[in-house]
Design a protein around this ligand. Structure first.
Ligand SMILES: [Zn+2]
Length: 240
């Protein structure tokens, strides 16, 4: 890990801070990541197109729905970690969160009513892809696969799947936040892959200072003002 002083300075002086989070912030809570070399990385074990695409759901809705319920049952057992707690402190000072995570862990510790832009939706709801009817899911009382009460189509998890577009309203809100930001904290993703890369570029073009906290070094480190490597749960609390 590099000296955290500069990163801490940037966050302390930020007036319009945007925090962008990815799978690495939740990995320390025990949420498996999708990619990467770790033995429990989900896409090493499962076929993403079978379990997380509209075509996969159409082919076998029960298989897909049961897999999401399995992930929901895992989420019911875990807790936000010190990185989520530290990020919640920054939220109470006005920071905006943009997250790629669908696990809802930021929401569990964040100040009530705080803005969280969930680029990939939430696992704690189902929705209908025909009529947009939506239902919240209690992770401790999981429903089975069932039809939409309005139109009869099967309800599906309210997450963004492969081959689907991001919600345009959420994306535009994320772009506006990044355009207005004077500092950006990226946690648990390298920031070099889209959509993160586009948002980082937007913030950087407005001369926002950028702090990156990620497990492994990447070529993207050279593009940011401070890069710190290690577990988010160890590093982020030191910056706040
Ligand atoms: Zn419907």
């Amino acid at each position: 890990m590099t000296d955290p002083t500069q990163a801490r300075d940037i966050l302390t002086h930020a007036r319009r801070l945007v925090i962008f989070t990815g799978a690495g912030v939740s990995a320390d809570s025990g949420v498996p990541t999708f990619r990467g070399a770790s033995a429990d990385a989900l896409w090493g074990k499962y076929d993403p197109y079978q379990l997380a695409s509209p075509q996969g759901f159409a082919a076998d809705p029960k298989l897909v729905y049961d897999w999401y319920n399995w992930r929901r049952s895992q989420l019911a057992l875990i807790q936000p970690n010190p990185a989520h707690q530290a990020i919640a402190k920054l939220q109470s000072r006005g920071a905006t969160i943009i997250t790629q995570n669908v696990d809802g862990l930021h929401e569990r510790v964040g100040p009530p009513g705080a803005t969280i832009l969930r680029l990939h939706g939430t696992i704690a709801a189902d929705r209908c892809s025909i009529c947009d009817h939506a239902e919240e899911i209690d992770l401790h009382h999981l429903p089975a696969l069932r039809p939409c009460p309005r139109c009869g189509e099967y309800l599906r998890p309210a997450v963004v799947w492969f081959g689907e577009s991001l919600d345009p309203d959420i994306w535009h809100a994320a772009e506006s936040a990044c355009r207005a930001a004077d500092a950006m904290l990226i946690v648990g993703t390298s920031g070099e892959v889209y959509p993160a890369a586009g948002l980082v570029r937007l913030a950087a073009s407005n001369r926002a200072k950028i702090v990156l906290v990620n497990l492994d070094p990447s070529p993207f480190d050279d593009m940011v003002d401070a890069a710190l490597h290690g577990r988010a749960a160890d590093i982020v609390p030191q910056l706040v």
